[in-house]
Design a protein around this ligand. Sequence first.
Ligand SMILES: NC(=O)c1ccc[n+]([C@@H]2O[C@H](COP(=O)([O-])OP(=O)(O)OC[C@H]3O[C@@H](n4cnc5c(N)ncnc54)[C@H](OP(=O)(O)O)[C@@H]3O)[C@@H](O)[C@H]2O)c1
Length: 332
Amino acid sequence: MRAIQIAELTGPDSALRYVELPDPEPVHPLSRDGEGAVVVDVHAAGVSFPEVLQTRGEYQLRPPLPFVPGSEVGGVVRSAPDGSGLRPGDPVAAFTLLGAFAETAVAPSWLTFKLPDPLDFGQGAGLVLNYHTAYFALRTRGRLADGETVLVHGAAGGVGTAALQVARGLGARTIAVVSTDAKERVAREAGADHVVRSDGPWKDEAKELSGGGVDLVLDPVGGDRFTDSLRSLRESGRVVVVGFTGGSIPEVRVNRLLLSNVEVIGAGWGAYAMGKPDYNRHVGSAIDRLVDRGYVRPLVGAHFSWDEAADALKCIDGRQATGKVVLDVREG
Ligand SMILES: NC(=O)c1ccc[n+]([C@@H]2O[C@H](COP(=O)([O-])OP(=O)(O)OC[C@H]3O[C@@H](n4cnc5c(N)ncnc54)[C@H](OP(=O)(O)O)[C@@H]3O)[C@@H](O)[C@H]2O)c1
């Protein structure tokens, strides 16, 4: 099969190599002994921030070089273990952890989900990482309740657009924080009730729009804005920490938490969900219901052809990405 490897840790411009590799065996490091795994013919691979970091050796997952990156795919089942509920020919969205930048990839059965009818393969490649993270961060960790107000940073990005859709599906009102006009349009397309600008008085606007303070902030950006995120909360509000695309990891003076009766909550989807098949099935069903009700429709901001993998990574690295960035591996 054709595959793309990270061969050196020199950044998106020069780290990738196009290679021929043997087709993978139906085994996956996250599957239990003897459980087997699902082999998927990849139509589209999701491209995300971790792959950019991996080209520089800056991500927590550092496989020995060379390796095939890519954590998620939309594709068609080639083979599946007995009892998985999946059959050859089923269209699926799957989380592979690694190995998605290839014509064939492997995923555990409990991280392989039948692709809902309204979604195409590109959208399938943007379904698991972002939407499971959004559900986990908002509902499981953030305890988001019907009628609450959520402020989403980086709202036009992959996690951000997913969080806007999932939050609305869970009955919340949403305030999106974005940096440009183009990103404002994307956040509105993702269903934001309100959009404010990261270089404007967003904290004051959020307090006014929410009638005194938001219930929850979902933060994939970090950096300087963190203190204002805390200040934008109402009593018993929560900031859920998801990532640090802004480049720096903020520090919290914990007296602020005491004085305002607010919380800071960490949400690391991978660390929580990887060993929990039942939890993943539960979230998969919850997201299916949100697809059925019309709330979840992954926004694919850019498709790149097989030869353009480096450009896909550079699009994310240059803060140009909106919604999900997808690498088209097969036609159709
Ligand atoms: N905790 C978890 O379980 C989990 C799971 C998945 C992803 N993540 C992390 O979540 C973060 C977001 O991922 P994503 O896929 O949504 O990324 P993305 O699509 O590239 O979006 C990130 C957003 O961050 C904002 N941003 C602010 N400063 C930036 C900068 N200096 N460079 C780039 N972007 C900047 C941008 O919005 P504006 O331009 O509008 O500010 C951008 O739209 C990443 O750090 C990723 O590793 C965490």
